[in-house]
Each structure stands twice: as structure tokens, then as C-alpha cells.
Design a protein around this ligand. Sequence first.
Ligand SMILES: Nc1ncnc2c1ncn2[C@@H]1O[C@H](COP(=O)(O)OP(=O)(O)OP(=O)(O)O)[C@@H](O)[C@H]1O
Length: 249
Amino acid sequence: METGGRLVTMSEKTAEPAHVSVEGVSRHFGAGESRVEVLHDVSFAVDRGACCVIVGASGSGKSTLLNAIGGLDSPDAGTIHVAGQEVTSLSPRGLTRYRRQHVGFVFQFYNLVPDLTVRENIQVTAQLVRRPLDIDDLLRHLGMYEHRLKFPAQLSGGQQQRCAIARALVKGSDVLLCDEPTGALDRHTSQQMLELLDDVHRRYRATLVLVTHNEAITAMADQVIELRDGLIVRNETNPHPRAAGDLDW
Ligand SMILES: Nc1ncnc2c1ncn2[C@@H]1O[C@H](COP(=O)(O)OP(=O)(O)OP(=O)(O)O)[C@@H](O)[C@H]1O
């Protein structure tokens, strides 16, 4: 659909504009003999509030795609729209504003600041936006209120995750981007992490885009994208997503 010269991808399910829309995105790294084509003409759209899992083997281009959606990297070709805004045409300043206002990142390693307490780690991010969520409410919801004065080194792996999720959410981000959030965790803690992400993205109505190499995690998704050598080989909607606590692997 064209609106004022802008291409807008519509959701097939809700007939509303897609929240995240990726159109014909390509990306390479290197030059000459060391040139690697990482993404080839990748297109898909994600509904607002959905859980989209991007699955694929190591090196298939998942992180490159996630970084492009998050405005951390620019594709060579194609466009990415988030909430109607064309991310791929933003200036460096516009990209910083976009990341601040719209995007919460959860990485495999949580990148918490070691010299700041849990609450301060979240506070630093909350200060970036005009209307952050209430930090104490968020900490209570994530079961972290009683740990708010501890430093990251005093927390378990699961508590560090919770802190990282709180930090990603506190800006009121409407897109939550998670790169292998369970990669460093045992099965039990992974499941808790997924339950938490599933719960918070629904509660805060954020669109969740989660990258993983673990096929089992696709069962909790509303939408599954599979990448193979930078190409989309599967784009399926899942009418009956499973609760994260019921996943098997
Ligand atoms: N900055 C870069 N410079 C050069 N090559 C890169 C760069 N970033 C990624 N690549 C290459 O692009 C390919 C895809 O990397 P990407 O990290 O997107 O894959 P992935 O599917 O997320 O892999 P993994 O599951 O191992 O994290 C890899 O071959 C990688 O070596």
C-alpha cells in the first residue's frame, strides 16, 4: 500500500500496518576475495505486539538482521520501517533517537555496568527518555525489587538477566530485540528467561524479535523466520504458540 509516496506493509492478520517491516534488505561485509554476502533480499513483516523468532545456524545472518532492525548497522540495500518510520533513511542522530525511543536490546552477555547497582543500571537508561516506566514497579514485576541495591557481581545469572530485561524495558520501548538471550544459560534458566520475555512483551505490548539457533524456541513464537545463508527459507505464522514454560529441548 502507498501512503504519500511511502511503501507501507500491511499485516495479513490485522489489516493494520506492520510494526516492523523489512523490505529487500541485503548486506555484505569485506571486499574482493574476502567479501561475504550475509543477507540477500530479505523481506518480512511483524505485527505489533507479536513474538517473532528468527532461527538459523551459526553464520546465517541472524545478528546482522537484528542489528539492522535495531539501527546498529545499515544494510547495503532495502528498507526497514518500524512503527511507520523508515529506519534505513535516518541520519546518525536520528538513529540514536530511534534507538533511544523505540528499541530495547537484550544481548547474550548482559553488559551491566559493574560499578552500578541494579537500580542505577536501570536508572541510567531511564534518564535517556522523557517518560520512562516506573523503575520500582518494573523491578517488583521482575522479582528484582529486593535486589535493587546489589551490584551485578552479587547476582545470579538469572537475576542479571532480569536486570538486563528491566533495563531494556524501562524506556517504554515498543520493540524488544533479543540476540541469543538463552545462549549462555542452562536449560532451566533459559526457560525462565523465555517465560519472562514472553510475559513482559505481552504485558507491555512490545513487539519481541528474538534470534536463536535453537529450533525448540520457535514453538513459543507467533511468527517464525528461518534464515539459511542469508536467505529466508521459512516465514510462518503459528496459530497456537506454546507457553515458554512448556517448551521441550
Ligand atoms: N562486522 C563484520 N565484518 C565481517 N564479517 C562479518 C561482520 N559481522 C558479521 N560478519 C559475518 O557475517 C556472517 C553472518 O554473521 P551473523 O553474526 O549475522 O550470523 P548469526 O546467524 O547471528 O551467527 P551466530 O549464531 O553464530 O551468532 C558470518 O559469516 C560473519 O562472520
